[in-house]
Design a protein around this ligand. Sequence first.
Ligand code: ADP
Ligand code: MG
Ligand code: MG
Length: 537
Amino acid sequence: ADLVGLDNLVANTAYLKAQQIDRTELRKQRLTLTLPRPKKTSALRTAVGRKYEPLCEQQPIGRKLFQQFLLTSNPTYRAAYEFLEELNAWSFAEDETKEKAKQGILTKFCQPESKSFLSYLTGSDAETCRCLSSTNFDEENLEQIGEATREFLKGKPFLEYLSSPFFYRFLQWKEYEAQKITDRYFYEFRTLGKGGFGEVCAVQVKHTGQMYACKKLDKRKLKKKGGERLALLEKHILEKVNSLFIVNLAYAYDSKTHLCLVMDLMTGGDLKFHIYHLGERGLRMERVVYYTAQITTGILHLHAMDIVYRDMKPENVLLDGKGQCRLSDLGLAVELPQGKMICQKAGTSGYMAPEILKQEHYRTSVDWWALGCSIYEMVAGRLPFKDFREKVQSDEVTRRTLEDECKFMHKNFDAPTKDIVGRFLKKRVGIRLGCRNDDPRNHVFFKNISLHRLEAGLVEPPWVPKPNVVYTKDTAEFRDSSEVKDIQLNAKDEKFFKEFSTGAVSIQWQKEIIDTGVFDELNVPKLDGRDCETSWK
Ligand code: ADP
Ligand code: MG
Ligand code: MG
């Protein structure tokens, strides 16, 4: 037993140390790294397309290079860019900072004699801009000018960017992004959890130092249990998602034995652990409201893409190192065909909505029911239709779900909480909160949270995990017992593994490159307006 404890200690130490990596040391190791020259430039140009949003807004490196282009081109482009930046800063600021930001915008961009006057505005947009003043500074007018600025950038500036060295530099990054990913790309650390087809462990990208969680799916186990199609489905949904409140996918690759999904590392443990394992059952109301706001935002993001999560429960909500939460385990999620309903029974007992239990057709309504159950559980440390540690058949839980009223016995249920849970637990879909094209975040339950700031990840978490604590079970508890030997992999399997192993996911990969400083290091020699022509031909 002592040796097992020692193993765990050693594994934890290495894992915690990796998270405090010495960045200057890594930087030295990267000195020899250079950006590749695209071999087939025109094919790459075709592949990345010519759409403004993905190239200049959604992809972080594309966004950076477009900004650098604007800043070095001419005073008008620079003004347009700076205006959007300062408008953004103003919209998130509070109190005095907000007042300062407003004065800054007025003097810099709205006075015709200023160098940064928004001279590209025409017609009513120009009129609106001239009429802005400290007493007339309303959100709608600013939005109009912001929108006009974006429209301006999408025109001539964007076209010029596409034939500038900045865009060639972007293609170089895209070439780099497309590199083949293998298990040699990462260091591997301790196991963090166990799933149906293998374990989840912590990994670190060797040349950037970025930490991730890697969900490893055993190829033979997948084949034996018929999980191949499901694995591909989970990967397909994960790579479409890009939200601060959902665990995002950064890489998908395969090793000899496993399919690997590399995702945001969540070091703070899951909400079930926090509800039941740390002292008293249940969470403080401040935490319940905060997590619920983030979860709701995550669910809305999925629903906006016609995806039903179907596995909403505290166990699937993970905390990161800062105390913010994300939805994880999209293994039960499905994409809904446009306008269609589905009726497949799926979910976890205790969280399944009446319409699933009755095998009726359903769409996104089931997630709101499960969220109602989860809020109840965060407050009371039990489920609405199943007590803590109660030994009860799932048939009985089904009966109670369909017939019983939800009762609020716990002392922490205040009026807004009872109201929101009650509205999520309406047995009839037609009157349930979230099911009538309404945004549940408008409920008074969330009155103390600024949604605009929450969506940008700017609201301080009410609880922060301790940096030197590993919020999961000891490594020994995840030891794998079963090995599959009687399964042979054939060409058809290999074809499927290839389909799965698409390597880096653009947005997450580019974020990593920027956050770890690699972008600034490799983006030399500096591109300025002058050496444009020469450097890219
Ligand atoms: P399965 O779909 O097979 O149940 P999960 O995706 O739920 O697999 O992962 C299994 C366990 O691994 C989870 O319960 C959790 O403890 C841990 N885990 C999963 N994803 C992460 C992550 N991104 N960061 C940290 N731990 C994770
Ligand atoms: Mg799971
Ligand atoms: Mg799963």
